[in-house]
Ligand binder design. Structure first.
Ligand code: G6P
Length: 604
């Protein structure tokens, strides 16, 4: 999704902007641009496609001494990914970059066009710069004009603006899309839409709140809040080591992240397991007082981990549980009662739809909890309580280790709640904790397994579709397996409950329909097997994943014999991730940055 960077200072502005954008690259984008103001002279460059194209265009461009600059990676929403639609957008003598959506841009644009203003792009963003210049014409003061412009915008945005009328200043505003500013002892100011571009550059950062706006110059950082009150920055320190992961010999970040799962799950378990108790120091037990239902809400892969959680909460903790897709929940006028704990799940903590549901739940007076991978993200700052998943920075757009740690957290949390509610006896709890300790081993990728999947993948590059099927928690895993394949191979895949195939999809069965069957030994094995046999009898090509050899399968990927179905879950999770990876690689796709997708979706 779109990314913003900004810089004010006397160092190499071009390089700082470009390397900041590089840090945001993994979020997904289709064009990029920068604008730099030095003295009263602007230089702006834009390019479609990857950042190397922008680097190439700016090869000859240098700055000398103090400058202000803004940069952007764009993930197209309004208008195609063209150079004209790429940010920064120019007015007469100002440039703007923006994340989010200006919902009333058509009204604003129509009025501006009626006054004779010419628009170059199809974007919503361009209205900001023209509206600003209109206001500047009347107000004769850049900050007054900027403040007025902000009041005229509806929607969600984070924006930076630079103008010749105040050449050593960057104006900023944040409403609904994340943005932070960093400072250092040399008086430099750095902006970005997430932490990573600022690491190593700024020691202290201020995360803007919704409604914050203001400006920076050499000497000042001036912030007004949504009530137009001057506020002091709330600085927090930022890690100093560059987290920007390197591929360490792996072909893709996704591959590296699959291999990292054992370590990051061990981190996620660390300090949280005792012999007969789960410990979440970050939670106050009173969070669960008076709670009769848990409602989980998320998007994408995080939604699949929420579905897994719902099985575990009901099975282990005996608490009623429901799961919602955030974009649906927002607009369906849901009934919310105060005996419900509202849990949002998000790798990034910034997904616009999920964030909005969290706000709704808070406004309705519900207790809220976020399970998240990014500390200081918008959701972490907003929710009453937070559990961090400790997956580390995830760069591959297709989420793997974040999902693995989410499910790990939910397994622990369901046992934690089970203990609070006396729903599981001590022996039962001890047994579960013993199993939890085995997850890191069950997700280790062996050479043998990887080689087998690599070899087998060549048989799955065509066909008219994939069905991943499973029962119980293996149904959300089937959904997740299908999502992974869709995301990076661009082949059509669906996840389906095994028992539901005969109610429609089985009509599609033929040798070109590939069924990826999840057949755990410890959960409804016979039932699931019968469902696969029904498909095999109709000549669907079957790839079975199971610890038990299955002779009706065309292909078979064995997993280790485990003590419990949840360990089988984790073993199979790795298999479906690797299968998607290898199919995508064979198809020659960009595994880490698949077409049309964004890592962090900050628009609804
Ligand atoms: C995007 C990503 C998915 C992710 C979803 C939710 O669509 O491409 O991988 O699952 O957003 O993101 P979140 O950060 O809220 O988990």
């Amino acid at each position: 999704m779109c990314g913003i960077v900004g810089y004010l200072g006397k160092n190499n502005t071009k390089e700082i902007l470009l390397s900041g954008l590089k840090e945001l690259e993994y979020r997904g984008y289709d064009s990029a641009g920068i604008a730099v103001l030095q003295g009263d002279s602007f230089e702006s460059y834009k390019a479609i496609g990857k950042l190397v194209n922008l680097e190439e265009k700016t090869k000859e461009f240098t700055t000398d001494g103090f400058a202000v600059g803004i940069g952007h990676t764009r993930w197209a929403t309004h208008g195609k990914p063209t150079e004209l639609n790429a940010h920064p957008h120019l007015g007469e003598s100002s440039y703007v970059v923006h994340n989010g959506i200006i919902e009333n841009y058509v009204q604003l644009k129509t009025k501006l066009q009626a006054k004779g203003i010419n628009f170059l792009s199809q974007t919503d963003t361009e209205v900001i710069v023209h509206q600003f210049e209109e206001n500047l014409y009347d107000a004769k003061d850049a900050f007054k004009a900027f403040s007025k412009t902000i009041t005229e915008l509806e929607g969600a945005y984070a924006t930076l603006l630079v103008t010749k009328s105040m050449p050593e200043t960057i104006y900023f505003a944040k409403h609904g899309s994340p943005m932070l500013v960093g400072v250092n002892d040399a008086g430099e100011k750095f902006f970005a839409s997430s932490d990573s571009p600022l690491i190593g550059l700024a020691k202290e950062v201020n995360y803007f709140e919704d409604g914050d706006y203001g400006y920076v110059n050499k000497d000042e950082l001036v912030i007004y809040n949504k009530n137009n009150e001057l506020v002091e920055p709330k600085f927090t320190s930022l890690a100093t080591d560059k987290l920007s992961a390197q591929k360490d010999g792996y072909r893709f970040f996704m591959e590296k992240e699959i291999y990292e799962q054992s370590d990051v799950i061990a981190d996620t378990l660390m300090g949280r397991l005792c012999d007969d108790e789960i410990i979440f120091d970050e939670l106050d037990k009173s969070l669960f007082d008076g709670i009769n239902e848990i409602k989980l809400c998320a998007c994408g892969t995080s939604y699949h981990s929420a579905l897994c959680a719902s099985y575990m909460f009901e099975r282990y903790a005996k608490v009623r549980c429901s799961v919602e897709i955030a974009s649906e929940f927002r607009y369906r006028e849901p009934l919310m009662s105060k005996d419900t704990l509202f849990v949002v799940i998000s790798q990034s903590g910034e997904t616009a739809d999920t964030l909005e549901t969290l706000k709704m739940a808070k406004n309705a007076g519900l207790k809220t909890l976020v399970v998240c991978n990014v500390d200081n993200s918008s959701m972490v700052r907003l929710a009453d309580a937070c559990i961090l998943t400790r997956a580390g920075i995830e760069k591959g757009v297709a989420s793997t280790k974040a999902f693995a740690t989410q499910v790990t957290v939910f397994w622990m949390l369901s046992l934690y709640v089970a203990k609070l509610r006396d729903a599981l006896n001590t022996d039962g709890l001890k047994h579960q904790i013993h199993l939890l300790r085995e997850i890191p081993t069950s997700v280790i990728v062996t050479d043998e397994m990887h080689e087998r999947i690599k070899r087998l993948s060549k048989r799955y590059l065509h066909g008219h579709g994939f069905f991943f099927i499973g029962r119980d928690v293996f149904f959300p895993l089937a959904l997740e397996g299908a999502l992974k394949l869709k995301e990076i191979s661009y082949l059509h895949a669906e996840g389906y409950p095994s028992g539901e195939m005969k109610h429609g999809p089985i009509a599609l069965a033929d040798p070109e329909l590939f069924t990826i069957a999840l057949l755990p030994q410890h959960l409804l094995y016979e039932k699931s097997k019968s469902n696969v046999e029904e498909l095999s009898a109709r000549d669907s090509t079957i790839c079975a994943i199971s610890p038990i050899n299955f002779d009706k399968a065309d292909d078979f990927i064995p997993i280790n014999v485990c003590k419990d179905y949840m360990l089988e879950f984790f073993e199979m999770m790795v298999v479906v991730q690797l299968l998607s990876l290898e199919i995508s690689i064979r198809l020659g796709n960009d595994v880490d940055m698949p077409r049309n997708l964004a890592k962090s979706v900050t628009v609804e």
